[in-house]
Design a protein around this ligand. Structure first.
Ligand SMILES: NC(=O)c1ccc[n+]([C@@H]2O[C@H](COP(=O)([O-])OP(=O)(O)OC[C@H]3O[C@@H](n4cnc5c(N)ncnc54)[C@H](OP(=O)(O)O)[C@@H]3O)[C@@H](O)[C@H]2O)c1
Length: 306
């Protein structure tokens, strides 16, 4: 009952701004006149949905995009589709496996600096599953892998003061107060895919604060969410939601727009989560302000990484 009331409040509050009506109102036909020529981008989860649209959008504006994905066929198709002055280079990697993520980060860093890093990969796991490394699959993919990729690129010198880090969170984070203890369940009995996903997405907001607190000489970071986008991820994880809202879901290009815009505009960093080229509040409900802050999160991620 409490959950149903929470969901009703959530949808009443966000159905319009997160739908394509929200995109139309705040972005509309503005277009994006950006030139990313000479830039080297890294986009995780680039073989489908929003990540794919970001990769293609960046390449169309001149960037060389390292596309991180696990399906060689989809990676090849993506690279073949790139049009315009830039290009897409496939980087095969399972982003839920920390050893693979660390290896890829080292390889990318060894080959040169990264101008834009987009932490896009994200999954909603209704069933409890552990990776071969003993981590809950959603936590590994949605959060720890971002941390490991980021750290590896920093360690290798690939992220500099001129680099931009963009994290793809979700409006679902509005329903979660960060609790590092709830980032991953230890078994099926205590696993709730919705709750875990909201925690991961709230954690991305705190992680962005942490990255921006590292001081001068470090890359700047922004966190955004794409609204409600019709992708394979939504089709498989939220079929009921898709059925109800299908007529007003955004396109993958709509969902990608703010990431491309942030990479070009690089607005002031600070509080806030970006949607449709606007900075929105990180909190819609008072209870989420009482959540844990970045230091507790970083301590947990370091412990899980060890
Ligand atoms: N769609 C929405 O309405 C919505 C709303 C809020 C936030 N978001 C966020 O936006 C981001 C993208 O969402 P989306 O809807 O575009 O998702 P999607 O359609 O499921 O696409 C996700 C991409 O990530 C890849 N991927 C998943 N797990 C991977 C792994 N372990 N290793 C390598 N690649 C992996 C998938 O590859 P495969 O094809 O191989 O599975 C796919 O290319 C996510 O962070 C999501 O949480 C989406």
């Amino acid at each position: 009952m409490k959950k149903a009331i929470g969901a009703a409040i959530f949808y009443a509050r966000f159905a319009r701004p997160f739908s394509r009506l929200g995109f139309r109102r705040r972005v509309g036909d503005a277009g994006l006149d950006a030139d990313f020529s000479g830039q080297r981008w890294v986009v995780s989860g680039a073989t489908g949905g929003i990540g794919r649209a970001i990769a293609l959008g960046a390449a169309a504006r001149g960037a060389t995009v390292l596309a991180l994905g696990r399906d060689p066929g989809k990676l090849a198709a993506l690279a073949a589709e790139a049009k315009g002055p830039g290009m897409i280079q496939p980087v095969p990697v399972d982003l839920s496996l920390m050893r693979e993520v660390a290896r890829v980060a080292d390889e990318i860093a060894a080959a040169g600096p990264v101008d834009v890093l987009v932490h896009n990969v994200g999954v909603m796991c209704h069933e409890y599953r552990q990776t071969a490394e003993g981590l809950e699959l959603g936590f590994a993919t949605n959060l720890l892998g971002h941390w490991v990729l980021d750290q590896g690129l920093r360690r290798g010198g690939a992220l500099t003061s001129g680099s931009a880090i963009i994290s793809m969170s979700s409006g679902g984070m509005y329903g979660a107060a960060l609790d590092p203890g709830a980032l991953q369940a230890t078994g099926a009995a205590s696993h709730d895919g919705f709750t875990a996903y909201a925690q991961h997405k709230r954690a991305q907001v705190e992680l962005t604060h942490y990255w921006n607190s590292l001081g001068p000489g470090q890359p700047r970071a922004w966190v955004m969410h794409p609204g409600w986008v019709d992708t394979d991820g939504v089709r498989s994880a939220l079929p009921g939601f898709r059925k109800v809202f299908k007529a007003v879901l955004r396109t993958a290009q709509d969902g990608a727009d703010t990431a491309l815009w942030l990479a070009a505009a690089r607005p002031e960093t600070g509080e806030g989560i970006w949607l449709d080229r606007h900075r929105d509040s990180e909190h819609a409900f008072a209870f989420t302000r009482a959540g844990a802050a970045a230091p507790a999160l970083v301590e947990y991620l370091d412990r899980m990484r060890a």
